[in-house]
Design a protein around this ligand. Structure first.
Ligand SMILES: C[S@@+](CC[C@H](N)C(=O)[O-])C[C@H]1O[C@@H](n2cnc3c(N)ncnc32)[C@H](O)[C@@H]1O
Length: 156
């Protein structure tokens, strides 16, 4: 968030996290950045009272949360994104039910050991749910360490 905000000073960023300590961390990292608002307490599985936004950015969340958090995010993006707005996801993903790297398989096992509801998601499942909420897969970009940037667009 801090990196994006410094790189794009003409864009206003609205961070959020349902965890109080994580919001304090965000506030510390973005202190002094005039284009970053104070973090909001938003949980993707609950109701949001927010206006329309041009883009959502979600980094390293959906594999470290229950599947309902991903479903909620996709639902919120479908409801609150402006026409042609994008949902940007970053993290590790499976394809066709298979891991793309041994390191991701190991990470997935570790996540599931820590919490049975966590785990690396399959991009096919995410995209199928995204479509239900009016989002289409626009692009996937390979990133370092077997991560992906994934971009969905609300086309209405
Ligand atoms: C691994 S941290 C990633 C934090 C940050 N995006 C980063 O990359 O440093 C995962 C975050 O997802 C948040 N999270 C978990 N469930 C969530 C939900 N249902 N709605 C919104 N955020 C959630 C957690 O509070 C936590 O801050």
């Amino acid at each position: 968030m801090a990196y994006f905000a410094k790189t794009y000073p003409h864009i206003v960023f609205q961070p959020s996290d349902p965890d109080r300590d994580h919001r304090a961390s965000i506030a510390a990292w973005t202190d002094g950045l005039e284009n970053v608002n104070a973090p909001l307490d938003l949980d993707t599985t609950k109701n949001w009272q927010i206006a329309s936004v041009d883009a959502f950015i979600c980094v390293n969340m959906i594999h470290i949360a229950p599947w309902s958090a991903c479903e909620g995010l996709l639902s919120k993006a479908g409801r609150h994104l402006a026409s042609n707005g994008i949902l940007y996801l970053y993290g590790p993903y499976k394809h066709g039910g298979r891991h793309t790297a041994q390191s991701n398989a190991k990470f997935d096992a570790d996540l599931r050991h820590r919490n049975a509801e966590w785990g690396i998601r399959d991009l096919d499942d995410i995209t199928a749910t995204a479509v239900v909420h009016g989002l289409t897969l626009d692009a996937t970009v390979q990133m370092p360490a077997n991560n992906l940037s994934v971009i969905y667009r609300r086309v209405v």
